[in-house]
Design a protein around this ligand. Structure first.
Ligand SMILES: C[S@@+](CC[C@H](N)C(=O)[O-])C[C@H]1O[C@@H](n2cnc3c(N)ncnc32)[C@H](O)[C@@H]1O
Length: 209
C-alpha cells in the first residue's frame, strides 16, 4: 500500500485537475443540499484536500474550517480560498482533530474515510466536534474490488459496505441515519487503461441532543 501522506504531498499541485475527472461538483452540491444546514452554519470539512467541499459550502456557511494531514494539499487550499476571510485551514490527523467538542453545526468528509486507518474512530472524532443536533455528511466509495487503488491512489480501504457505515454512525451516537446513493459515481483510469466507475454513497446522520 502506498503511503497516503507521501502520495498527497506529490499529487497536491495536480489534485484539482485530477479530481475534476474523478467526481463532480453536482455530487458535492447535492450532498450540501441534502445536509439541511441552518443559516450561517459553522461547518468543518475533514480531509479537505485542496478545499473542494469548502468551495461548495462558501455561500451556505457563516464560518468554515478545513482539516487535512497534508501540508502540500493545504497549501493549494490556502491559495484557492485566499479571498475568503471566513475560511480557516488546520493541518491535523482526522482521528485527533484540533477542535472543541460540540463546535460545529455540520461536519463534511468527501473521499477521506477510505484513507482513514480506523474509520470507526475517524467517525467518532467527527461526531465529537458536532453540536448536539449537528449533521455528519460523508460521501465515499461503496465496497469495490479495484486492488490497484491501494498502490496507485494510496487508498487504505477499497470502499465500504453501507451496512458498516450505518453501524459506525449509530455506534458514534447519531440518529436519523441514512446511507443512500450519492448523485454520481467516481470515475478513474486503471493502470491497464480501463475506465472504472465506482458507485458512491452519501451517509447522513444527526447527533443526539
Ligand atoms: C481523496 S482526497 C479528497 C480531498 C477532498 N476532500 C476532495 O474532495 O477533493 C483525501 C484527502 O484526505 C487527506 N487525508 C488522508 N489521510 C488523512 C488523515 N489520516 N487525516 C487527515 N487527512 C487525511 C489527504 O491528505 C487528502 O487531502
Amino acid at each position: 500500500m502506498t503511503d497516503s501522506k507521501q502520495y498527497f504531498s506529490t499529487i497536491a499541485p495536480k489534485w484539482d485537475e485530477l479530481r475534476a475527472g474523478y467526481f463532480t461538483e453536482a455530487m458535492r452540491d447535492d450532498a450540501i443540499a441534502r445536509a439541511g444546514l441552518p443559516p450561517s452554519a459553522v461547518v468543518a470539512d475533514v480531509g479537505t484536500g485542496t478545499g473542494f467541499v469548502l468551495q461548495g459550502l462558501l455561500p451556505h456557511a457563516g464560518r468554515l474550517v478545513g482539516f487535512d494531514a497534508s501540508a502540500e494539499m493545504l497549501a493549494v487550499a490556502r491559495a484557492n480560498l485566499a479571498s475568503h476571510a471566513h475560511v480557516e485551514l488546520r493541518q491535523a490527523e482526522g482521528e485527533a482533530l484540533p477542535a472543541d467538542t460540540g463546535a460545529f453545526d455540520a461536519v463534511f468528509a468527501n473521499m477521506y474515510l477510505h484513507h482513514a486507518p480506523d474509520p470507526a474512530r475517524a467517525i467518532d472524532e467527527m461526531v465529537r466536534i458536532l453540536k448536539p443536533g449537528g449533521r455528519l455528511v460523508i460521501t465515499d466509495l461503496d465496497a469495490h474490488d479495484q486492488e490497484w487503488m491501494h498502490s496507485e491512489m494510496a487508498d487504505h480501504w477499497l470502499g465500504f459496505p453501507r451496512e458498516d457505515v450505518r453501524h459506525w454512525f449509530h455506534a458514534a451516537g447519531l440518529q436519523d441515519v441514512t446511507v443512500d446513493d450519492a448523485a454520481g459515481a467516481c470515475t478513474s483510469q486503471s493502470p491497464t487503461d480501463e475506465t472504472v466507475a465506482l458507485s458512491v454513497f452519501l451517509a447522513l446522520g444527526t447527533k443526539r441532543t
